[in-house]
Unconditional design. Structure first.
Length: 367
């Protein structure tokens, strides 16, 4: 294996793979990235056995092809420090990967490519085209509500459902729920669903970034694959049945409060400074066109604010985890937020005024 590539190309590819490279690996080769070189391209692949990412880069000069694995983190750190616009020469010398630039010569140990794990991809999976803006929106507006190392493993991921011309993402940690639904240009013949692990959703979110071209998303019974202009990311799905989220969304008669998003968020931030560090609880009392927001802590410190709003429903006295409210508020694009109350001891529904595309449910705190 002997080839030349620009610093920018190799750094871009290595950066894309680093998120998947296993940090606490039991197999040393999982800390490595697989090099595969042919006449015009370099393919870099990384895996943690649960997911895999593969990127294609254009090389500037081809001498000979081949396959080998080398330490991903060291390679990335080294290549980032090379001079901008420099050409980097990679070649194999026995069991060593040699790197040469104008600034010097470097030598890295390798492991055999034959030992690099093969990620099993499904042959049967349904494909959809989705704009990067829509995929990014589905993730950013729901992923924050995923469980984190919950013993109910099926909560530690994002549930995706594609039915006809609609794609829905749902996340819950059993204390709050976030749901987003968006339309697709082309439909699917039958409903497909899957729970994508937290780490994989984070990687897909990074990949989508500021992408301009449409993204190919393939969802199978056991895995998901996303193709983003020369980079392919695949992940196993979480086994298990996702909760019936529609049963969790409150319905029926409610008292609706409309309030400016910025005003509410700033008030919550100030009052929550004096909330309990453990429970992060804030108390909301509603009255005609006004809400009272308050908090206290074990040190007997208190904070209280009165905020104008539009509200003509019954009086409510209810408490929430302020972090849950703030994450929801920050994901709403409208200037205003609608909060639907169904009782002081029941979950509330938070929506984007004039849109059914995004719904958020928060359970009350008992304080």
């Amino acid at each position: 294996m002997d080839f030349y590539i620009s610093k920018e190309e190799i750094v871009k590819s290595l950066t894309a793979t680093l998120g998947v490279v296993e940090k606490r690996q039991t197999l040393p080769i999982l800390a490595n990235v697989l090099f595969e070189v042919d006449e015009s391209t370099l393919r870099l692949t990384a895996t943690d056995l649960e997911s895999e990412i593969s990127t294609i880069s254009t090389i500037t000069n081809f001498k000979s092809g081949g396959r080998v694995t080398a330490p991903a983190k060291k390679l990335s750190e080294l290549c980032r420090l090379f001079s901008d616009m420099s050409e980097v020469h990679f070649f194999l010398d026995g069991d060593n990967l040699r790197i040469e630039t104008d600034s010097g010569k470097y030598n890295l140990a390798t492991l055999p490519s034959e030992d690099f794990p093969v990620f099993e991809k499904e042959e049967k999976s349904n494909s959809i085209n989705i704009t990067p803006q829509n995929l990014k929106s589905l993730i950013s507006k729901t992923a924050f509500a995923m469980g984190n190392q919950d013993w109910r493993h099926y909560l530690n991921g994002l549930y995706l459902s594609i039915e006809d011309t609609q794609i829905t993402s749902v996340a819950t940690d059993a204390h709050r729920l976030a749901l987003a639904s968006l339309g697709l240009n082309e439909g699917v013949s039958e409903q497909i669903t899957g729970i994508v692990p937290r780490k994989s959703i984070n990687e897909i979110g990074k990949l989508v970034g500021d992408e301009k071209e449409n993204i190919l998303l393939q969802l199978g019974a056991n895995s998901i694959t996303v193709d983003v202009s020369g980079t392919t990311f695949s992940s196993k799905l979480i086994e298990g049945k996702f909760p019936d989220y529609e049963q969790v969304i409150p319905s029926g008669d409610s008292s609706t409060l409309t309030i400016n998003k910025k005003t509410l968020s700033e008030s919550l931030s100030r009052v929550s400074v004096l909330s309990s560090e453990k429970y992060r609880g804030i108390r909301i009392i509603t009255s005609d066109n006004k809400i009272n927001i308050s908090a206290n802590n074990p040190e007997k410190e208190q904070a209280e604010e009165s905020v104008d709003c539009v509200y003509a429903g019954e009086a409510m006295d209810i408490a929430f985890n302020v972090n849950y409210l703030q994450e929801i508020i920050s994901s709403i694009d409208n200037d205003n937020v609608e909060i639907h109350f169904f009782g002081s001891d029941k979950s509330c529904l938070i929506t984007n005024p004039g849109s059914d595309s995004f719904k958020y449910v928060v359970m009350p705190l008992l304080i």
